[in-house]
Ligand binder design. Sequence first.
Ligand code: ASP
Length: 435
Amino acid sequence: MLKVVKFGGSSLADEGQFKKVKAIVTRDESRRIIVVSAVGKRHKDDHKATDLLYLCFAHLKYGMEASSVFDIVKRRYLEIEKELGIDAGIKEELDRIEGELHKGINEDYLVSRGEYLSAKIMAKYLGYTFVDASKIIYFNYDGTPNSPRIKKALEEVVSISSKIVVPGFYGVYPDGTYHLFSRGGSDVTGSLLAQALNADIYENWTDVSGFFVTDPKIVENPKRIKEISYAELRELSYMGANVLHEETIFPLQELDIPINVRNTNHPEEGGTIISASPKDREQVITGITGKRNYSSITIIKKSRFSKLEAMKEVLEIFSRYGVEVEHMPSSIDTFSLIIDNEKFHKHLYETIAEIKKLPEVEEVIVESGIALIAIIGRNMATKTGMSAKLFSVFGENKINIKVIAQASQELSIIVGVDDNDFTRAIKAIYAALVK
Ligand code: ASP
């Protein structure tokens, strides 16, 4: 049994958190490949090491004094090392980095030092071997991970040391230049290592006990999602749930390696397991999520023109402006495009003007202030009467439905309501349909 185990920044925020991590790791012999983030926030107003390092680089770039920001980072790591009562050589490491600050230091390299130092301390503290991500995480020049190279390098490493700690978030291009994943990317490091070693499970430890059926800010104490499929998670994340970096699941999906999201502060809670085919067949609704601030653009076309042609022309305009269309319900002479307002409002006037000029178009009606709610569940496909129940909830609560869409796999039903009905609708669906 082999577990690849990743700990996020809040799980490493101080000496107390490092102790929790050690207790978790040592409790299970199979937790042999450990990935760590840079140290995170200890409390709401605190700073993440990664943010401070970005700030430090910005100071250097504009010729401003950077040492006071770097000092904060220094203190955080030195303090943790000292309080754990170990010597992981952090002082020497920091001196070396400091010496490089004014020698044209590369931004990604500097920022990656957050995870590097965390991993140095963690390796020493656990008695595991430190393995620099620059020796195993390889990128292609286009920034995609080079999985065959990662596999080869990692297999060599683990044939020598079976228990290792690897810093997350960075790797190197073929020429050795440092490169970072996007923010939150230590999740992806863990997932690539799990893929490379065909691990039995990838554990991702954070500060929440996995995913909840719905947003705890809307419904008090919602149920935890115990099991969810990769596909459902994608639907859920698309609409706002962002516990994991969105690239985490791709490497694991191919080999069907499950991910277990767990809480470092509450290891007794099982968390959420994400896999290809969860066993739980009882729970019909896995998640209820959504976002406010969409617009619907309804196009009424002249009846003598083909709908397909008109749709093609309109979509062409949106694609030229790089505006994504979320849904497109249609009837005989009309079709509506549902668009995220945030991305759209920059191009609102140009796109509408261009659509109005199309010969096929009779009228364009723009309505904003729409919220989309996604009701997600892999078991919906096999249960009849689900949509009847769902829509009666809207009726009983006198919530007007503006849009309805269902994905073909019946994985989710999307309902559009007025922005003002958003929280009320989620509460009502949860109360009526989640048991
Ligand atoms: N430390 C990096 C960040 O804050 C990466 C990570 O934690 O996954 O984005």
